[in-house]
Write a protein that binds this ligand. Structure first.
Ligand SMILES: Cc1ncc(COP(=O)(O)O)c(C=O)c1O
Length: 389
């Protein structure tokens, strides 16, 4: 079954048992389940922290979509990362992480070091030799990366990293928040875990914070479930419902946003005030070929460098359609200066290593008409001349 078909009717395609034939996922907002009033052939429910029919249905759909053995839905994307760490790591383990990662991931890794002596080695995952040399020199328990990375939008060859993880006996997890399973399936490329913030493209309307993690193997799926229950990370049925509302349109939204992002990035590239446009959908992107091969849709996030921090502020202040907001992938376009918002937890030294300055702006392209977005940026920068290209 194609993904669009699966997502068009999740009540039908999930494991939900519903004798009324509900068209959409029913919300079982109940803490407990009466053992004496359950149909004998159904899965037995007990307590909603452990299992809940609404949540289980979404977990089922995510496991099918990511082609994994099982999924756990949790209350935020950060919680999915924390659940991964709870489940696989012990004191003194070492993790290898792509240097360009979400600021909340970086903060969590610093907490792991402080509280559990779990060290993180950082590397540039677009350089497979560099990754292998870290694996040769350290016993790495877990490898973690995003692709595209956030905010530098590098593309990691997930299959190559998965092969290295097997060679060196490490686990490999991919944060699939930006690409989503509509664009790429890390487990099919050899990863052990695919996790994501459903706050972004997956739910798509900025109405909920949510996360999920899918494991390739039954063993890890069961362990994730165990730790989610033990640490109380379960997503509430109402939040599951909000996430589910975005699913039928996910593929169509992402494809429309991709087309707008291509047009917007070409426009931005022609402006003298814009020194650099990073977008994996532009042929000038260093991993353009890999991006096209690895992802069916290029997610609509661009990172641009303006000629000065003042110009970046001018863009932020004067645009009317773009909110100054963190996060990405929603129906509304938004922009932010990562060094001040989503990546403010980075030390100055680490910001420098990933090439972020106050003149760097991340843009998430929404579902507005792209001509309105272009006109908005034009008026914000008071663009009169267009550079010859
Ligand atoms: C790549 C990535 N992973 C994880 C997260 C965390 O997700 P949440 O905000 O839902 O906790 C974010 C949030 O921006 C993100 O960009």
């Amino acid at each position: 079954m194609q993904l669009e078909t699966l997502l068009a009717n999740i009540a039908q395609h999930s494991n939900l048992v519903d004798s009324y034939g509900a068209t959409h996922l029913p919300i079982y907002n109940t803490a407990t389940f009466d053992q004496k009033r359950q149909f004998p052939n159904n899965k037995n429910y007990d307590y909603s922290r452990t299992d809940n029919p609404t949540r289980n249905a979404l977990e089922d759909i995510f496991a099918i979509a990511e082609e994994g053995a099982g999924c756990v839905c949790v209350n935020t994307g950060v919680s999915a990362l924390a659940l991964l760490f709870d489940t696989v790591l012990k004191t003194d383990d070492v993790i290898l992480v792509e240097r360009d990662c979400y600021g909340g991931t970086y903060r969590l890794l610093n907490i792991l070091l402080e509280k559990n002596d779990i060290q993180t080695c950082y590397a540039d995952f677009t350089n497979v030799t560099e990754v292998e040399s870290v694996l040769q020199q350290n016993k790495i328990k877990l490898i973690l990366c995003e692709s595209p990375t956030n905010p530098s939008l590098k593309i990691v060859d997930l299959q190559a990293i998965a092969e290295l993880s097997k060679k060196y006996n490490s686990l490999f997890a991919v944060d699939n928040s930006m690409a989503t399973f509509a664009a790429q399936k890390p487990l099919v490329l050899g990863a052990d875990f695919s996790l994501f913030s459903a706050t972004k493209f997956i739910s798509g309307h900025g109405s909920v914070v949510a996360g999920a993690i899918v494991a390739k193997s039954e063993y890890w799926a069961e362990r994730l479930n165990y730790f989610s229950n033990a640490n109380g990370r379960a997503q509430s049925p109402f939040d599951v419902f909000l996430v589910s509302l975005g699913l039928p349109t996910l593929v169509y939204r992402m494809k429309t946003q991709e087309q707008s992002a291509i047009q917007l990035s070409e426009f931005l590239n022609s402006l003298p005030e814009v020194l650099e446009v990073k977008f994996p959908g532009l042929p000038s992107h260093p991993q353009y070929e890999l991006a096209k091969r690895q992802m069916e849709i290029i997610p609509a996030v661009l990172t641009i460098t303006l000629s000065s921090a003042e110009k970046a502020e001018q863009l932020i202040r004067n645009t009317k359609l773009f909110g100054e907001k963190v996060s990405f992938g929603t129906s509304d376009s938004r922009l932010e200066i990562p060094s001040k918002m989503s990546h403010a937890t980075y030390s100055d030294e680490d910001l420098k290593k990933i090439g972020l300055t106050h003149a760097t702006v991340r843009i998430s392209v929404g579902l507005e008409n792209v001509n309105d977005l272009i006109a908005d940026i034009q008026q914000a920068l008071k663009v009169e001349t267009i550079k010859c290209v």
